[in-house]
Ligand binder design. Structure first.
Ligand code: SF4
Length: 66
């Protein structure tokens, strides 16, 4: 059951790869942009996705309660 939503502003992504480095479980690089594999995540997936949110230098990732 999804408890959190992963929101990304793709147009702001600069393709630095930080999110994919700290959370390869859910972030993949494609065409010089990052993409989340899942936009709805559970409790156990929260921490690495929060790490991705914190790591993003342009703050274009938000992890929110669903
Ligand atoms: S950390 Fe942010 S800017 Fe860098 S690739 Fe991921 S979403 Fe894009």
């Amino acid at each position: 059951m999804a408890k959190y939503k992963v929101v990304q502003q793709l147009d702001k992504c600069i393709g630095c790869g930080a999110c994919a480095a700290v959370c390869p479980e859910n972030w993949v690089m494609k065409d010089n942009k990052a993409h989340p594999k899942k936009k709805e995540i559970s409790d156990k997936e929260l921490e690495p996705n929060k790490d991705a949110e914190d790591a993003c230098p342009v703050k274009c990732i938000q992890v929110k309660k669903a």
